[in-house]
Design a protein around this ligand. Structure first.
Ligand code: SF4
Ligand code: SF4
Length: 462
């Protein structure tokens, strides 16, 4: 199916900014961005990757001016942005003040591995209300499997030191955990660990990395990948490319999510936020997905390299997906360009029929195109590698999500589901293991647990 209507220029977009390009002080085995260094040959001069101040100023000015929304969200990432030093970010704040009109508010999100975070950084983050995204892959033995330094040494202790400084100085943080193959087998261990270290907002990113086929399907460096080759159009991605041994297995990813969901929905609703569950609850309530991967179309989350080059997406930093440079064109022109518009529409337009017919499509929408390299049962290309896992999880979460959405519609807290499930679990017939349909549904004629006063069959069951 091809969409022909061109949407108007966007009022808002999001840019992942890489002010030091792909340069990092770690050498995580699965990182897909380190090899982007080859896009900008610099003869080993790392200073060449530092965003010049004229580019920085131009970017900050445009990003504030060209978004017609009251709150402007900057996202600093890399590579490792702390390598730029604190003075660079003092300049960022200064420029944001210079260009921010009184009716707009600025937020900064800062993704870091935490290694260089010291008391000065922590105080700065607190003082300027930066939200820190700390990359940590669960407890020591899982984290250190792949998150190593340039000498191949483990980094867990250094990350925890940075985390403790953030806490000590009341800097706000959340966590980002890459779900690799081994980690996916320890869902509750990982979840409890993240809660114990005080992460109130937990993000999980599935690790899917193709071997031996350039570009768009991969989310990692992946040995034989050719990172600089232009990826083919999504429609013709080679099906059944192999993935690296550390990539998460599709069904195991589903099992991982189910296990954490079961724990969360019984004990932690309203206390701990898991990004994926939050987004899915929003979708259940009829809201558009706030996460591009589950949205019908994408293309509003771009990536900015250190020299001002703007790309279609963080996962599509390839020459073919470069939209231009903000020193020569406005950001809005590039975001609204036919090339970028088509990139976003392709997310929907390249869905295989299997997805169009899928009973959980509104929760999934084929997830991210970079993972769509499998064939459907009828031989159509473009099926998401993680399909089986997503199908399992989205079906599993459905009864509880429906119930929580209904509670919210009735202006009751979603957390009211917890006592109901506790009661269900006390019933002698309740299944005993956690990987199961998440709730024992009420009988059709029971009062609906959402509190509407109606029978279940006439309320949430519908
Ligand atoms: S390609 Fe994937 S990660 Fe990039 S914007 Fe689209 S859905 Fe999001
Ligand atoms: S669960 Fe599978 S079939 Fe359904 S929309 Fe997602 S990728 Fe497509």
């Amino acid at each position: 199916m091809t969409t022909t209507v061109q949407p108007p220029a966007p009022r808002a977009f999001h840019i992942m900014t890489k002010p030091i390009g792909p340069i990092c002080n770690l050498d995580c085995k699965y990182c897909f961005y380190l090899e982007k260094e080859k896009l900008y040959p610099a003869n080993g001069d790392l200073n060449a990757f530092k965003m010049p101040f004229d580019v920085l100023e131009n970017y900050i000015r445009q990003y504030i001016e060209q978004q017609d929304i009251p709150e402007i969200n900057f996202a600093w990432q890399g590579g490792e942005p702390t390598l730029l030093g604190l003075d660079f970010f003092k300049k960022v704040v200064e420029l944001q003040h210079k260009y921010c009109p009184p009716h707009k508010k600025i937020h900064n999100a800062f993704q870091t591995n935490g290694i260089l975070v010291d008391a000065d950084w922590a105080k700065f983050f607190h003082q300027h209300q930066f939200l820190i995204g700390l990359s940590i892959d669960g407890p020591r033995e899982l984290h250190d499997l792949y998150r190593v330094n340039k000498g191949g040494k483990p980094t867990f202790d250094l990350v925890m030191r940075g985390l403790n400084l953030l806490k000590e100085h009341n800097a706000e943080f959340n966590t980002l955990t890459v779900v690799h193959k081994e980690l996916a087998y320890k869902p509750l261990e990982v979840y409890h660990f993240l809660k114990e270290i005080g992460s109130g907002y937990i993000q999980f990113i599935p690790l899917v990395e193709r071997i031996g086929n350039a570009g768009a399907g991969g989310s990692g460096t992946g040995g034989t990948d050719a990172p600089l080759a232009d990826p083919p159009r999504l429609k013709v991605l080679t099906p059944y490319a192999q993935v690296t041994p550390w990539s998460v297995e599709p069904m195991q990813f589903g099992t991982f999510l189910c296990a954490i969901f079961d724990e969360w929905v019984r004990h932690d609703v309203g206390r701990y936020f898991v990004q994926l569950f939050d987004v899915q609850l929003g979708i259940e309530m009829g809201l558009p997905s706030s996460l591009c991967v589950f949205a019908e179309t994408c293309g509003k989350g771009l990536a900015l390299e250190h020299n001002g080059d703007l790309y279609a997406c963080d996962h599509f930093v390839y020459p073919n997906f470069q939209l231009g440079n903000l020193m020569n064109q406005t950001i809005t022109e590039m975001v609204a360009s036919p090339q970028q518009t088509q990139f976003g529409l392709d997310k929907h337009d390249t869905l295989p029929k299997h997805c169009l017919r899928c009973e959980v499509r509104r929760h999934c929408n084929g997830e991210c195109p970079k993972h769509r390299f499998n064939l459907t049962l009828d031989g159509e290309p473009g099926l998401n590698y993680l399909c089986a896992g997503y199908k399992k999880f989205f079906s599993h979460m459905k009864p509880c999500m429906r119930m929580m959405a209904d509670l919210l519609r009735r202006r009751r807290p979603a957390a009211d589901i917890m006592p109901y499930l506790a009661e269900q679990d006390r019933r002698p017939t309740a299944p005993s293991n956690l990987i199961r349909p998440v709730t024992t549904m009420p009988n059709r004629n029971d009062p609906c647990p959402c509190g509407s006063g109606k029978k279940f069959k006439k309320c949430c069951a519908r």
